[in-house]
Write a protein that binds this ligand. Structure first.
Ligand SMILES: [Zn+2]
Length: 432
């Protein structure tokens, strides 16, 4: 059955950062979907005439955007959002890793997974690359809940054999066996994809990185995620731990942890040659501006990444990040670039691309999701703020789609998401 969703429609079919396209906007438009896919979009009156039998969903006045995709967010860290006053390494040891160790029983893990997944959907996020738990049973519970959530989730067991609290430590051999079992159970099963997830070189001996390389060779289509160049103390520690390595990336490079479906979070302080090698290795970067500011880690050299030809997208990094809203992260990215002498001038089209088309392409899903082109899977979000709030007042005054989108990135947050759809199926509806 064909369904028609009436709303102001905005998406970005190309890459505005590299000049291939800008905003596509249809005031009082409609999106036609059938069997979970987009079959048409256009003016509401015209589409109603074309599909007179369609079931109508009247979101007139609201804005319909492609579903947002978060390529760096930590499943066990929701409870530590807002842990103020600490830089990265003490934030990890004093607040975050103890909280991660609390997922040592199934009920706690399942409850955490449900809340986490619901928070993604409630913020208009339809897909995510999720940093998992170090505890295999907790990660199993997460995968089960992810499969039931309807979201497009890629995730994996976090790995490390040092610089972690005892309940999270696993030997290299355990890392191998537990990862392999979860890959067998979940990779490309029930809508879930597996991402190999060494926490960062700080917590991984060479034996663990070696195991990761072996798993990547055994299963060529795995995704990969880790952290890099987030904080100067962290970088100095890696230099001491790996005296043979010229830089941080070299610690991953040696073990073959590269390729088109590899995502490294942060990369705030890369050496020029390091950035070039990362781009040549085709890895992508998750830029997490609110986390970088919150932890005082530094600011993102976006211009350097563009010059290197590196792919990147904007992500939340909950719980270093300040919440799940990718609107908020887009605003933070915009503000961070405004502060830099070499800052990239981001416009609303670029921000929307960095949370839709860019992350979709990085996760190898760019042919299916990320824009509202006919033929794409029907992943989209309805943004409808309360009529008596600030955002509604601003939207009443806008005269262009760019202004509408600029207002959404600046003011729209979780409470403005009215409904979230994945593959044409409503997976979240705001109550009230
Ligand atoms: Zn992270």
């Amino acid at each position: 059955m064909i369904e028609l969703f009436r709303a102001h429609i905005i998406d970005v079919p190309g890459d505005p950062l590299r000049g291939t396209a800008g905003l596509r906007a249809i005031e009082d438009g409609a999106l036609a979907i059938d069997a979970g896919r987009i079959i048409d979009l256009g003016n509401y009156t015209e589409l109603t005439a074309r599909f007179p039998q369609a079931m109508q969903h009247d979101w007139s006045g609201a804005t319909l955007l492609p579903g947002m995709i978060d390529i760096h967010v930590h499943f066990p860290q929701l409870p530590v959002i807002g842990s103020m006053g600490l830089p990265l390494l003490s934030w990890l040891s004093e607040r975050t890793l103890p909280a991660e160790a609390a997922l040592d029983n199934e009920a706690a893990a399942r409850d955490a997974a449900r809340r986490f997944l619901r928070s993604l959907a409630a913020n208009g996020t339809t897909g995510a690359l999720v940093f998992g738990s170090h505890i295999a049973a907790a990660q199993e519970a997460f995968f089960q809940e992810a499969a039931d959530s309807g979201l497009r989730i890629c995730s994996g067991l976090a790995l490390g054999d040092r610089e972690l609290p005892a309940p999270l430590l696993r030997s290299a051999d355990q890392c191998y066996r537990e990862s392999r079992e979860l890959i067998k159970r979940w990779h490309n099963k029930r809508g879930v994809r597996y991402a190999l997830t060494p926490r960062f070189s700080v917590s991984c001996s060479e034996a663990v990185l070696e195991v990761c390389g072996a798993l990547m060779r055994e299963q060529r289509d795995l995704l990969f995620q880790s952290h890099i160049n987030e904080n100067q103390d962290e970088i100095a520690l890696v230099r001491r731990q790996f005296p043979w390595a010229d830089d941080y990336f070299a610690t991953y490079e040696r073990y073959g942890l590269t390729g088109r479906c590899s995502v490294y979070a942060h990369n705030l302080h890369p050496a020029p040659d390091e950035c070039e090698r990362m781009a040549a290795a085709q890895v992508a970067v998750a830029h997490c501006p609110s986390s970088n500011a919150f932890l005082g880690s530094g600011s993102f050299p976006m211009q350097q990444h563009l010059k290197c030809g590196m792919r990147f997208a904007v992500a939340s990094d909950v719980g270093g990040g300040t919440g799940f809203s990718l609107f908020k992260e887009g605003l933070a990215a915009y503000e961070m670039q405004r502060q830099r002498d070499d800052g990239v001038a981001l416009d609303p089209a670029a921000l929307l691309y960095l949370v839709t088309g860019a992350p979709a392409a990085i996760l190898g899903m760019g042919d299916h999701v990320g824009s509202l082109d006919p033929g794409m899977l029907a992943d989209f979000v309805i943004v409808a703020p309360a009529s008596d709030g600030t955002l509604a007042a601003v939207l009443d005054a806008v005269t262009t789609p760019e202004q509408r989108l600029g207002a959404l990135f600046t003011l729209a947050r979780e409470e403005c998401i009215a409904a979230t759809y994945v593959g044409g199926r409503e997976i979240y509806r705001r109550s009230g």
